[in-house]
Design a binder for this molecule. Sequence first.
Ligand code: SF4
Length: 325
Amino acid sequence: MEVCGTHTASIVKNGIPSLLSGKIRLISGPGCPVCVTVTAYIDRLISLAMEPGNLVLCFGDLLRVRGSRISLSDARAEGAKVRMIYSPFEALALAQEHPEMQIIVAAIGFETTAPVYAALLEEAIQKQIRNLKLLTSLKTMPEVIRWVAAQSRSEARITGFLAPGHVCAVTGYREYCELAEECGLPFVVSGFSGEELLYSIYALMKLQGRGEARNLYPRVVSFEGNTAAKAAVDRYFEACDASWRGMGTIPGSGLALREAYAAYDAGSRSLTEDHMAAGCRCADILTGRIAPEECPLFMKVCTPANPHGACMVSQEGSCFNHAVR
Ligand code: SF4
């Protein structure tokens, strides 16, 4: 299983499945932030964007993911104030230019993006900007990998993991050594080029199922990771239970703003409800139970132009990448 959505996209872009032995099957994991976001989070963003005086900012992929009824893009057509951004730091300028508005940033992602939101908060606090809030759905990887590995154990569905390179650049790969030992499965930290991915898959095979970890992305990933980024995240966020699309709540798998920064929180806690679109099998895709082609809606009802589920929306989503390859 490649855990990271950027790995999924690079594997497809480089045609890697066609280069592998038929004995090796790659499956995508829960490392695409848009794919694992529950409908309650989208619904909350929509209700915030509908309130007069609010402006919701988000990245492009999130616009097209449906909540329990509609997407942010649909809501915008109904009058919701939503704007696409390329960097969360655009929020600072907007908040300063529009003191009459409440600027709300949709903060989703993993350990890779959490430091960006910590830096954004730091700057907002320094500049005494008070009309900026985050709606967070930040998640952490080890707990969900542990959960997926446990779910797959009885069927031996997953026999090794390509660990997420970008996440490990922040966290370090120490915790993946611990996970490998605990799960009794091999982990290889991989880079993102075609050559790096092929080499990492080869290394995974050479480990022959042993519960050990290898770091094949040493130019970016160290054992302890980026200690400054980790300290910044720790200053503003604390571990919390988090809900994952189709998987339920996994204890300790999220990051929530600390109580001291509650004034910057747009109501992120307790967003657990999850109403996936009828017939959508995203949860089975994200845990490796089925391949996208096995979903009855794949490329019939659900296409990149008209996505039915989140895994078809995101360019890192498994269904999207199977559709375009
Ligand atoms: Fe969901 Fe579409 Fe993927 Fe089926 S093909 S699992 S409906 S995103």
